[in-house]
Design a protein around this ligand. Structure first.
Ligand code: NDP
Length: 328
């Protein structure tokens, strides 16, 4: 039998954690023949709730789940970790300034980066879900100098999936008919879902849509503001779809993208497409041999250029703010 893969989930007692853990334990993260050992990290006041979730996990008698540990100590949580899903973050509360938000999250992601640096397995892969995800990932990465930078990523796969679904509806096609869609930039309202490289039945998606007004005034804002629309409708933020996207992100990372297709993920920039080196920004990426790689050589027209630049400018501002706070 195979040795279990250590999967650490932070914020495990939260909404996303509740939607995520059962799918990890049932084999959807890594595959139906890979046993997993779960490590749940929570803040002390939420450990009891995490224990409740663990009781339910026990009660599923998942054949692939070889154990669950619960802790409020980052060092313990990340010791030997192979896959780290950083979901827990400090939400913005009423009246909170952006600097306060970044500072509170620095207090979470700095020690987590250090703990990953100290104890993670050689093949560790990190996905940050907790917002502001790109900058939280940057903070953790900067405090893990011994881990290859490419192992730190942030999630834009939910935005990608939302865009796939909106486009499929508009064109009356299946999501599986769409290839090469891209989310560029920050996981925020400035993100840019790009239909100028996406393909539908061999045609460029923007041409198949042939409706610039829909693209600008409907599609882009619908994708970028979908989270708020779900809160408005459901009375709670999206959780199952966020968990699903986290599963997709790691599954693709490990198992690869299909030939002739790519996906979206926020990865450390190598300077491609004018995105400053070192920023964790969303790009079109392929996955092969367990590595995400930025798709090279795409022509970027003026419309896309302006939107990519605006989102990247926001990431630069966030980076400069955490630098100013001494968090990186
Ligand atoms: P959720 O599980 O709903 O969300 C967790 C994080 O994911 C938030 O930062 C949220 O950002 C983010 N997120 C990213 N994408 C999405 C999306 N599409 N939809 C919704 N959220 C998204 O939060 P809960 O409050 O239910 O749970 C958080 C848990 O984390 C709590 O149990 C808390 O105790 C724990 N925590 C743990 C820490 C640790 O382990 N060290 C540190 C801090 C908190 P946004 O706020 O922008 O919605």
């Amino acid at each position: 039998t195979r040795t279990p893969v250590n999967v650490t989930v932070t914020g495990a007692a939260g909404q996303i954690g509740y939607a995520l853990l059962f799918r990890i334990a049932s084999g959807h993260l890594l595959g139906p023949d890979v046993p997993v050992r779960l490590r749940l990290l929570e803040i002390p006041q939420a450990v009891k709730a995490a224990e409740g979730t663990a009781m339910e996990l026990d009660d599923c008698a998942f054949p692939l789940l070889s154990g669950i540990d619960i802790t409020d100590d980052a060092k313990t949580a990340f010791d030997g970790v192979n896959v780290a899903l950083l979901v827990g973050a400090r939400p913005r509360s009423k009246g909170m300034e952006r600097g306060d938000l970044l500072e509170a999250n620095g207090g979470i992601f700095k020690p987590q980066g250090e703990a990953i640096n100290a104890g993670a397995a050689d093949d560790v892969r990190v996905l940050v879900v907790g917002n502001p995800a790109n900058t939280n990932a940057l903070i953790a990465q900067q405090h893990a100098p011994d881990v290859p930078a490419e192992r730190f990523t942030a999630m834009t796969r939910l935005d990608h999936n939302r865009a796939l679904s909106q486009l499929a509806k508009k064109l009356g096609v299946a999501v599986t008919d769409i290839r090469k869609l891209t989310i560029w930039g920050n996981h925020s309202a400035t993100q840019y879902p790009d239909l100028f490289h996406a393909e539908v039945g061999g045609r460029i998606a923007a041409e198949a849509v042939n409706d610039q007004s829909w693209l600008e005034n409907d599609f882009i804002p619908t994708v970028a503001k979908r989270g708020a629309a779900i809160i408005e409708a459901r009375g709670a933020s999206s959780a199952a779809s966020a968990a699903n996207a986290a599963i997709d992100h790691v599954h693709t990372w490990v198992n690869g993208t299909d030939e002739g297709d790519w996906t979206s993920a926020a990865v450390v920039s190598d300077g491609s497409y004018g995105v400053p080196e070192g920023l964790i920004s969303s790009f079109p990426v392929t996955a092969k041999d367990g590595r995400y790689e930025i798709v090279q050589g795409l022509e970027i027209d003026e419309f896309s250029r302006a939107r990519i630049d605006a989102s990247v400018a926001e990431l630069v501002e966030e980076r400069d703010a955490v630098r100013g706070l001494g968090l990186i």
